[in-house]
Design a protein around this ligand. Sequence first.
Ligand code: ATP
Length: 574
Amino acid sequence: MTISTVLTQPQDLALLERSWQRSRDYGLLQAGRSDPRCLPPSALNQKQQQHELLLRYLRHSLPLFEQLQQGRHCRLIFADAEGTILFTSGDPHFGSKAQKMALASGASWHEQSMGTNAIGTALSEQKEICILGNQHFLAANQGISCSASPVLSPSGELLGVIDISSEAGEHGQDMMLTARLMALSVENALVMNHDDTHWILSLAPDAGSLQQPWSGIIALREDGQLLGANRSARHWLPELDLPAMLSDLRQGELTPVGSGLALLSRQPGRRPASRPAPEASSGLESTALKLMARCIPLLIQGETGTGKDHLVRRLHRQSGRAQGPLVAVNCGALPAELLEAELFGYLPGAFTGGSRQGRPGYIRAAQGGILFLDEIGELPLAAQTRLLRVLQEKAVTPLGSHAPEPVDFQLVAASHRNLAAMVTDGGFRQDLYFRMNGFSLCLPPLRDYSHDDFVRLVHTLLAELEEEVALDETALNLLGAYHWPGNVRQLKQVLEVAAVLADGGPITPAQLPELPNFEENAKAGPATGDLKSLADRLIVQTLDECGGNVSAAARRLKVSRTTLYARLKALKGN
Ligand SMILES: Nc1ncnc2c1ncn2[C@@H]1O[C@H](COP(=O)(O)OP(=O)(O)OP(=O)(O)O)[C@@H](O)[C@H]1O
């Protein structure tokens, strides 16, 4: 996707008219209520997890927002590509009570439910947009003004928008610029911190613009393979021979390239290449890669948080299609009525409410790369039939067209649902199931990991943390005894929290956060329960074995005496 960086003026009447027309076609009434659809907390949490890196970088850029909008009554919002708000910050007093609720996390600002608005319209038009007061379609939203700027992934997919909303009369043009700067800084952080990044190539027309948020950034692997680029660098890519440049360029020296300048630097804090890669291929992965080389579809099954998405990204990086796009589509997150249009694309005017230019669709966007259909079990039957035809004919016919267009992509599908059972129940087409299930991988839940695999994963996750941190054996054993209903996602979060609490020292049982005890899923045996009660049992047992000597027990537990006394006091209190 390319984005115009020219500020879209509010008087872009053609764009507004298109959006108002779509709002009417969605059946909305101007005088209607502004009640956004709201996600339940579990679904919101899942979406926030999917964007956890992006949200982390957004939080890191908050000082920029605060500095630029100091004292203004406005809110900063991030909404994902479906228009769902995943993050808000800024003036908590801005807006009426209703507006506060409508601008809260979980609310959807897709045009379909909210009509013309900066978030939904920026997503539909895929460009920066400012919607002022009465330019909103719903009268109920006309008290606010908003500016939204799209955020792209390192491979150019639309991830969502950053929006700044204020009272209608208090909206300055600088808010659009702030939203754009925030979007650029988040995009740049995503490119620079791409897993595996060893080299950063900065590009700009002159030395003064180098390393500004709007200059080009390309992330490269140790061997010069492209990992990602920000939106400015994408214009330069066609004229660059990256591996050759990597051998010619000297680190830290400004070098003329085409009509501009390039600066090569090593990613700060990048660990030496000799350190084993945390994602060394397992036997299963190398089998999957061999099959992918023959374009055989893969089906990945596993509970939530077991690492399906992570695996697909690893496979993409190691596959012959690494230079091609990885287009990830969550079939469960797209509204059913939009799914076919988004997946298969459509011609201009194919249906009322569609973008005037038509859309290529995700399948064509995956040309030469991988199409990852997550939650494939949520695909409606009509879309299943269409997808089957695409796989059989290796061609896609966009909505409104009769001319099939050849496509070449690797299909990887994933589901946490039992698809075979869905086939039996008639919820999933059997022929599609067989067609896309060339090879099936099942990712085990964390509770079924062997001790060695669990320890290996813990070390991989620790190695990914920003700061190096050690984990003592008692804490490791406690973690191993827990049943991890949220799988790798949950373990990763626990380690992140514990690392912060450890504050530079090793993680000991004292730093492990309290975890929910979903007993029904717990491992059998005496070592079940939440971490806190496991830790308490261990403390009592150790103290017993040390004959009540607190100093000896603290030494054995590898915690300070003060920590042990504090735990004992809390235990007594209970
Ligand atoms: N092998 C791994 N190494 C390091 N991190 C991992 C690994 N597997 C998963 N993760 C991390 O765990 C979290 C959850 O993984 P992921 O999103 O891939 O799970 P999922 O099975 O796709 O979940 P869902 O079904 O809920 O979408 C992510 O933050 C991911 O980076």
